[in-house]
Design a binder for this molecule. Structure first.
Ligand SMILES: [Fe+2]
Length: 146
């Protein structure tokens, strides 16, 4: 069957969203010394966007992949879910320290390093597998529900 859907749509869409989020996080870090107010807004936007990205994965994309491949409770999505828990906790910790005007440099560096590895695994392995495993109808459901 000939597919008319953009090739590698999952990989493309979710990878570009990673780029957008990385950019917001970098802008926050570049502005936090001199433009505190702007930096806080940037961090909130980044954190909110990353949590939404994770929700799309955990509630829609991963279950579809798990169903299509029969990989339930094992495999790449379990590792990713575990890392998401860490990422969410770090986002909340940074957000707390921003409210209290605390120094969060070390935490931000750790998050940045974790995200680099996490995103690389998703972009090079999991999304590619999703693009292979999901049908056009599943893709449609995914993008309608997002
Ligand atoms: Fe993820």
């Amino acid at each position: 069957m000939e597919s008319t859907v953009v090739q590698n749509l999952v990989t493309q869409f979710f990878s570009v969203d990673h780029e957008r989020l990385d950019f917001l996080f970098r802008m926050y870090r570049e502005n936090k010394q001199n433009q505190r107010y702007k930096a806080v807004l940037l961090f909130d936007k980044f954190s909110e966007g990353l949590k939404r990205h994770i929700r799309w994965e955990e509630e829609l994309l991963f279950p579809m992949f798990e169903k299509a491949t029969g990989m339930n409770g094992s495999g790449p999505t379990m590792v990713m879910r575990h890392e998401h828990d860490k990422i969410r906790a770090m986002l909340d910790e940074i957000s707390e320290s921003l409210k209290n005007d605390d120094h969060s440099e070390a935490l931000e560096k750790a998050l940045s390093e974790l995200l680099l590895l996490h995103n690389e695994k998703e972009e090079q392995v999991l999304y590619v597998q999703c693009d292979r495993a999901l049908t056009e109808e599943q893709l449609l459901t995914l993008f309608l529900d997002m």
